[in-house]
Design a protein around this ligand. Structure first.
Ligand SMILES: Cc1cc2nc3c(=O)[nH]c(=O)nc-3n(C[C@H](O)[C@H](O)[C@H](O)COP(=O)(O)OP(=O)(O)OC[C@H]3O[C@@H](n4cnc5c(N)ncnc54)[C@H](O)[C@@H]3O)c2cc1C
Length: 249
């Protein structure tokens, strides 16, 4: 049963200083889906199920940039003000987004002169993200030192969802008059017509061909009725340690 926490204050150089103890009737662990399981694994608690750190889902995401002839000024207006969930049943969400120049510039598929040419069209760019409900599962384990190690491989089913999402966004951009599209598929960085999308489908895209990021880590202290295959119950309380709650994604 959890009765509080013990810790050690660090100084500004992260050297360990004074110990402290806090007595508490309940303890809530809420370090997020990467650090909460890491905390449990480091302390060797609440893991009789062996599920702590498993079942990591991340909603992997990628971006498609359309470059138009006219000014878009995509920084103006409400961020993420447009989206489509028409393909949600297939695990594909399409969300408008845009980035400040300093960040977008290192997220474009170019260097040197070509990158400069792209950035000259910054005001004519539009951005849409493709986000995928992942059937792939990752895992958080203990890494070196104080840090967790995150393992994750995107499976082919989820990779195919990206190809479909990129195809849909690209067709919308071309229909709206885009001159070219910067895709997140390595080797097919620049698409200039709908015909190029046929090449995308013929290319048999693999996970390692995609430029991806993710913002929604979740699931690593799995909820369930049985202590055999889940970490917390439906009240977020650990099956193993009474009074210990995990409240995060
Ligand atoms: C760029 C971005 C955009 C997003 N957009 C959306 C969106 O539009 N809609 C949406 O629903 N979600 C969005 N999300 C996801 C959402 O932010 C997260 O799902 C949510 O914040 C997770 O909450 P949490 O409490 O699990 O973890 P967190 O919010 O990550 O909180 C965990 C906290 O624990 C602290 N912590 C970790 N380890 C320790 C430790 N050892 N000691 C003390 N403190 C510790 C961390 O500093 C952090 O403050 C976005 C995320 C990002 C990064």
């Amino acid at each position: 049963m959890a009765t509080g926490i013990e810790g050690i204050f660090l100084d500004e150089r992260r050297r360990q200083r004074t110990k402290f103890t806090i007595d508490a009737p309940v303890v809530v662990l809420s370090c997020g889906a990467i650090y909460s399981p890491h905390m449990l694994l480091k302390n060797g608690i609440a893991n009789r199920s062996g599920q702590v750190g498993r079942n990591l889902h991340i909603h992997p995401a990628s971006k498609v940039i359309g470059i138009f002839d006219q000014e878009i000024n995509a920084w103006s207006g409400t961020p993420q003000g447009a989206y489509s969930d028409d393909f949600a049943a297939e695990g594909i969400m399409l969300e408008g987004f845009f980035l400040p120049p300093a960040i977008l510039s290192f997220a474009l598929p170019a260097l040197s002169r070509k990158l400069k040419d792209y950035m000259a069209d910054y005001s004519k760019m539009a951005g849409f993200g493709v986000m995928v409900t992942d059937s792939s599962r990752g895992r958080v384990i203990r890494g070196l030192g104080h840090f967790p190690l995150v393992l994750y491989n995107l499976n082919q089913t989820d990779t195919d969802k990206f190809v479909k999402g990129i195809d849909i966004v690209s067709r919308i951009y071309f229909a709206a008059g885009a001159r070219k599209i910067l895709s997140p598929v390595h080797g097919m960085d620049e698409l200039t017509s709908v015909d190029d999308l046929e090449k995308l489908h013929r290319a048999k895209v693999r996970a390692s061909d995609l430029e991806l990021s993710a913002f929604h880590p979740m699931g690593t202290c799995r909820m369930g009725d049985s202590s055999k295959n889940s970490v917390v119950n439906s009240h977020l309380e650990s099956h193993d340690v009474k009074g210990l709650f995990v409240a995060d994604a």
